[in-house]
Design a protein around this ligand. Structure first.
Ligand SMILES: *Cc1c(COP(=O)(O)O)cnc(C)c1O
Length: 349
C-alpha cells in the first residue's frame, strides 16, 4: 500500500530533508551578490563574518557541504603522510569517501569511543613519539554532536582535556560540528566556549537550521586562507553564492533557538518508543534530535518495520537488521510525532 497523496509524509530520515523557510526564500531573492572568487560577494562576506563572530574565530569560509568543510580543514591542517587521530565511528572516517586518504594523503588512526566520545587518556596514548619509522601525528578530530553515536553531546570537560593534550603535544584539533548548534541548545553552553576547544570548527547550515545548501568552516585567518585555496582546488569556488549564503544568514540568525523543539520531539518520540513491545532504546543517549532504537521481534525486523511505516506515510532509515534511526527537525511537528507513535503501536501491537 502506498500512502495517498493527501496524507502528509512524516520524513524522519534526516534533518537534511528540511526545506528553506519563506523568509529564506525572500532573502535569497533579494540577496546582493558579486563574484565570490574575486571576493566581491557582500552576502557571502557577511555570512562568513557572522559565522566567525558566533564561534569567536578570526575568519569563516562558506563551503558547499559539511563534507567539503571537513576535507578542506584536513587539507589546511596537515601535510602529506601525517597521521590524524579520530574515532572509528566518525563521519570523517566513515562517510567521506576516503577523502582524507585521497585529498590530504594522511593516515587515519582510529580509536574506539563511547557513543562517539573519545577518552582523552586513549587519545594521549595514541600520540606517537618522534621516530624515523612513524608518521607524524598532527591533528585530532572530534565530532559534536556525534552522528553515529546518536546525537550525543561531547562533555565540555572532555573537549577541554583533549584540547590540553593536543596543545601539550603540538597537535591541532578540528571539531566537526555539523550539528554543533544542537549541542549548544541542548546544554546551554555558548558556542564560543565549545569552539574555543578547537583550532577549526565546521557546522552545517543545511541540516536542522533549514538552509537549502551549505556549511561553514571557521578558524584563524591563516588557516582559512589555506582552506580557501583547498576549496578552490575541489571546485568549491562559487560565483554569485550570495544567493545561497542569504539563506544561511537567516538560518544562523533565526533558526538556532528553535532546535529546542526538535529535541523535545525527539524526547517524546523516544519515550513513546520505550513503551512499545519489542523495542529497546537507551533513553540516556537521546540527547538532541536523533533517536536510535532496536527492534527485537519475531514478526518484524528493522527493514520490515521501515516498509510497514512507509505504508503509514512515515519515512525512516534502518542502520542494520535490528536498528532504526529517526531524526527530528523543523518540518516534523508534534502531530507528526504522535502519528509516528500511533503507527508503530498499530504495527507492533
Ligand atoms: C552530515 C554530516 C557531515 C557532512 O555534511 P554534508 O553536508 O552532508 O556533506 C559531516 N559531519 C557530520 C557529523 C555530519 O552529521
Amino acid at each position: 500500500m502506498v500512502p495517498s497523496a493527501s496524507v502528509q509524509i512524516v520524513d524522519l530520515r534526516s534533518d537534511t530533508v528540511t526545506k528553506p523557510t519563506p523568509e529564506m526564500r525572500r532573502a535569497m531573492a533579494e540577496a546582493e551578490v558579486g563574484d565570490d572568487v574575486f571576493a566581491e560577494d557582500p552576502t557571502v562576506a557577511r555570512l562568513e563574518a557572522l559565522a566567525a563572530e558566533r564561534l569567536g574565530k578570526e575568519a569563516g569560509l562558506f563551503v558547499t557541504s559539511g563534507t567539503q568543510g571537513n576535507q578542506v580543514s584536513l587539507m589546511a591542517h596537515t601535510q602529506r603522510g601525517d597521521e590524524i587521530i579520530l574515532d572509528e565511528n566518525s563521519h570523517i572516517f566513515n562517510y567521506e569517501v576516503a577523502g582524507l586518504a585521497i585529498l590530504s594523503a594522511v593516515q587515519a588512526r582510529t580509536l574506539r569511543s563511547r557513543h562517539g566520545i573519545l577518552d582523552p587518556t586513549e587519545v594521549r596514548d595514541a600520540i606517537r613519539q618522534p621516530n624515523i619509522h612513524y608518521p607524524k601525528d598532527t591533528l585530532i578530530c572530534v565530532e559534536n554532536t556525534h552522528n553515529r553515536g546518536g546525537g550525543t553531546v561531547y562533555p565540555l570537560a572532555t573537549l577541554k582535556e583533549i584540547r590540553r593534550i593536543a596543545t601539550e603535544h603540538g597537535l591541532a584539533v578540528h571539531l566537526d560540528g555539523a550539528r554543533l548548534w544542537n549541542a549548544c541548545v541542548a546544554t546551554g553552553i555558548p558556542a564560543k566556549e565549545v569552539a574555543a576547544q578547537a583550532d577549526s570548527v565546521t557546522f552545517c547550515l543545511s541540516k536542522g537550521l533549514g538552509a537549502p545548501v551549505g556549511s561553514m568552516v571557521t578558524g584563524s585567518r591563516d588557516f582559512i586562507g589555506r582552506a580557501r585555496r583547498a576549496r578552490k582546488m575541489l571546485g568549491g569556488g562559487m560565483r554569485q553564492a550570495g544567493i545561497i549564503a542569504a539563506a544561511g544568514i537567516v538560518a544562523l540568525e533565526s533558526m538556532v533557538d528553535r532546535l529546542r523543539e526538535d529535541h523535545e520531539n525527539a524526547r517524546t518520540l523516544a519515550e513513546g518508543l520505550a513503551k512499545l513491545p519489542g523495542i529497546t532504546i537507551d533513553l540516556g543517549l537521546v540527547q538532541t534530535n536523533i533517536v536510535i532504537f532496536d527492534v527485537a521481534r519475531k514478526d518484524v525486523d528493522a527493514p520490515g518495520l521501515i516498509l510497514r511505516l512507509h505504508e503509514h506515510g512515515i519515512k525512516a532509515f534502518n542502520i542494520n537488521d535490528q536498528r532504526i534511526r529517526m531524526v527530528t527537525h523543523k518540518d516534523v511537528d508534534r502531530p507528526g510525532i504522535e502519528r509516528t507513535l500511533q503507527a508503530l503501536a498499530t504495527i507492533l501491537k
